[in-house]
Design a protein around this ligand. Structure first.
Ligand code: FEO
Length: 330
C-alpha cells in the first residue's frame, strides 16, 4: 500500500502483513501492519523500520517520497524484530543517518547488528530533537513492553507515535480509526484493542497507568496517536487511552467467563448448570473450552469479564495441563 500523509509533511510508510496468523504464539486471525513514519522536514526523519520480510515494500514506500541518501535522522522506538528487522538493510541505504534510541535500544542493536559504523545517540524522557518546523520529544516507556521501548511525540503536530502501545493486529486498507469503523465496525476495532492489550500488554497494567499519567503530566496535547500496528487514532485518540486505563484498572463489563477443560466430559457437564445459574441472575456468561480455543483468545475473554470461573479435571493429582497453562499466564 502506498505512502499516506497523516499530518502535513508526515507520512505513513509502513507495510501490511495480510498473512501472519501466529505472532510469537498469539493468534492473529486478522493479520497486522508494521507501521513506520517519515517526516519530510528540514531534517528528513524516519521513525521506526519494518519487519525484515517486508523491507522491499517499506523501501519502495520511502523511495516514493525521498531518496534514502537525504534522510538525516532515524528514530528507533523499539528493537523487537517486527519493527527493527529491516534496520540493517535500511542503514546500508542511509549510512549518513543518525539513529536516536534509548540506551537499552542501543544495547539491543549491538546484539543484532554490527553498529561500529553507525552514529547512534541515546535519548531519555524529555529530550528533544528540532528537525525544522517540527520538534520531536522522546518519552521512555520501559517495559511497555520491552526494556528499550519509547514513544516519540511531535509537538507541533500534536502527534504521538506510540510504538506498540495503542496498537491492534488488524491488516486493513483503512489507515485511520474512522476509516476502519466505516468499513467494518466500532465493536470490531475495540475488540482488536482488547485482544492486543490482553496478549501484549496485560502484565504491565500498573506501568500503563503511571505512564499515561506521566504523559498527561508532561502537559502534551494529543490529537492523533500513531501506533506501530494497526490503524492510527485520528477520530478518538482519547478513547483508546481511556480504554487502556480501564483495562489497567481491571474495569470490565458485567459478564462471567467459565474457562475449563475436560477429560471425560464431567467438568464440561458441570459448566452448563453454572452457566444457567449465572444467566438466571441476569448476568451474561461465556463458556470456553481451552483445548478448543486458542490460548490468546481465552486470555482475551479474561479481560472482557468481571468474573472468571475455572474448571479442571484432576490428572495425576494435579491440575489438567491446559488449565495449568491458562492460570499461569502472565
Ligand atoms: Fe510490535 Fe514489541 O513489537
Amino acid at each position: 500500500m502506498k505512502a499516506i500523509e497523516i499530518k502535513p509533511g508526515i507520512y505513513w510508510v509502513g507495510v501490511i502483513d495480510w498473512a501472519v496468523r501466529d505472532f510469537h504464539g498469539y493468534v492473529t486471525p486478522n493479520g497486522t501492519t508494521y507501521n513506520n513514519y517519515l517526516i519530510m522536514d528540514d531534517e528528513i526523519t524516519l521513525v521506526d523500520a519494518v519487519k525484515y520480510d517486508f523491507a522491499e515494500i517499506g523501501i519502495a514506500n520511502i523511495r516514493s517520497l525521498v531518496d534514502f541518501s537525504r534522510i538525516k535522522n532515524l528514530v528507533i522506538n523499539h528493537i523487537e524484530n517486527d519493527h527493527m528487522g529491516a534496520l540493517g538493510i535500511y542503514m546500508e541505504l542511509m549510512p549518513q543517518a543518525t539513529i536516536y534510541t534509548t540506551a537499552r535500544g542501543k544495547q539491543g542493536m549491538e546484539r543484532f547488528f554490527d553498529i561500529s559504523r553507525w552514529n547512534i545517540k541515546t535519548v531519555k524522557t524529555g529530550d528533544e530533537l528540532k528537525i525544522g518546523k517540527y520538534t520531536l520529544q522522546f518519552i521512555e516507556t520501559p517495559m511497555l513492553h520491552w526494556p528499550d521501548s519509547m514513544m516519540t511525540y511531535i509537538k507541533e503536530a500534536k502527534l504521538l507515535i506510540s510504538q506498540d502501545a495503542f496498537g491492534q493486529h488488524l491488516a486493513s486498507t483503512a489507515r485511520f480509526d474512522d476509516e476502519f469503523i466505516e468499513c467494518a465496525s466500532h465493536a470490531e476495532l475495540e475488540d482488536a484493542v482488547v485482544d492486543y492489550y490482553a496478549n501484549i500488554l496485560m502484565p504491565f497494567g500498573r506501568l500503563i497507568k503511571s505512564k499515561i499519567k506521566q504523559i498527561q503530566d508532561l502537559g502534551i496535547e494529543i490529537d492523533m496517536i500513531a501506533p506501530d500496528h494497526g490503524v492510527i487514532w485520528r477520530r478518538e485518540p482519547e478513547r483508546v487511552m481511556q480504554m487502556y486505563l480501564q483495562m489497567a484498572e481491571g474495569s470490565t463489563n458485567l459478564r462471567v467467563a467459565i474457562v475449563y477443560d475436560t477429560m471425560w466430559h464431567s467438568t464440561e457437564i458441570m459448566t452448563q448448570p453454572i452457566m444457567q445459574g449465572i444467566k438466571d441472575e441476569g448476568v451474561d456468561c461465556k463458556v470456553i473450552k481451552l483445548r478448543a480455543t486458542p490460548m490468546s483468545v481465552a486470555i482475551k475473554e479474561f479481560w472482557k469479564s468481571r468474573g472468571l470461573l475455572v474448571g479442571s479435571p484432576t490428572l495425576n493429582n494435579e491440575v489438567f495441563p491446559s488449565v495449568a497453562e491458562y492460570i499461569t499466564q502472565d
